[in-house]
Structure formats: C-alpha cells, structure tokens
Write a new protein. Structure first.
Length: 186
C-alpha cells in the first residue's frame, strides 16, 4: 500500500470517527440518564408503595383521626378559651362537685398555666373540710369528669384530736388538693 492510500484511509477513518463522536457522546449521556433514573426509581418505589397504601386506606385513616380527636376532647380543654377562662371553669366544676358531695370548700384558686408537652397545664388548688364519706364520693365523681381533672397532690388531715372524738360522730377531715387540667396550645 502506498503512502497516499494509507493517508486517505486514515483521513477517512478520522472523519468517520469525528462524525460518530456526537452519537457516541449522546449515547453515553442517554445511558447515564437511564442509569440515574433507574436508581432513583428503585429508591422511590418503596415510598410510592407506602403512599399508595395510605391513599387506599384514606377512609380508615380519616375515621381513626376523628376518633382520636374525640378521645382527646375527653381529656383536654379546647384552645378556643384562654387559660384564665379554662382555669375558672375547671375551678367552678371542682367547687360544685365538692359542695354537692357535702364538703365545705374553704378556698380554691386557679393558678397561672405552665407549658407541658405541647399543652397548657393549669394548676388548681382546693382546700375542703368534711366527712370521709363525702370526700370519697367527691373523688368518685371527679374521676369521671370530661375533660379530665388530674389529681396531682393530696394532703388529708384530721381536724381535732382523734382521742377526743365522739364515737357516734364521724371525724371531720381537712384536705388540700392540687389538681390540674390540660388545655390545647393555640
């Protein structure tokens, strides 16, 4: 083969290589995008399946959410009232329960609220005097209140001396209660 034929063959090969270069680069680009999309789809597929499962369970999730909100209303005052109104309302409920049970309410106070785990915890302090049976019945009624009234602390003392008490008369008790109620934070 002479030099000119070799040169022509080389130039032809070089021209074909330059002509194919955009196609080779385009093919590598498409292959890279294909690999990237395949990897992303493999990563997203479990999330998509979970979302599709949740979407198919939307009615059940909505029903469960409504039941949870109804249960929450049994324990927590709504955020529509401010903490002073909520404290006064709970204080009046506690006072009326103790008075209906036959106890004498000596003092009651709604204290400033404190933030506690996403709720406003409103402390109530109540001091009462009366008989043991009245105290027991008041506590029984308090346990069934909705929204719930939580008993934080109790201190019960006997009024007067036990040895001076008449056996026919029930001894009088003095009790100091520290309650709290929860209110949703706004």
């Amino acid at each position: 083969m002479n030099k000119s034929a070799w040169r022509r063959g080389f130039i032809l090969m070089l021209t074909i290589a330059f002509a194919l270069l955009p196609f080779i680069w385009g093919g590598m680009y498409v292959w890279g995008k294909h690999t990237w999309i395949r990897d992303n789809l493999a990563r997203i597929e479990p999330r998509h399946a979970r979302l599709m499962g949740l979407e198919s369970q939307a009615a059940d999730v909505s029903e469960t959410l409504q039941r949870a909100q109804a249960l929450r209303a049994q324990y927590v005052y709504p955020a529509t009232q401010d903490d002073a109104q909520t404290g006064n309302l709970a204080q009046q409920r506690v006072r009326s329960i103790f008075e209906a049970a036959g106890l004498q309410v000596i003092s009651s106070q709604a204290l400033p609220s404190k933030e506690s785990k996403g709720f406003d915890r409103i402390p109530l302090s109540v001091r009462v005097e009366g008989e043991m049976l009245a105290l027991q019945s008041a506590l029984a009624v308090l346990s069934g209140q909705q929204p719930a009234i939580f008993l934080d602390d109790i201190n019960i003392q006997l009024v007067g001396a036990l040895n001076q008490a008449n056996n026919r008369v029930a001894p009088k008790l003095a009790a100091q209660f520290n309650f709290s109620v929860l209110r949703e934070r706004s």
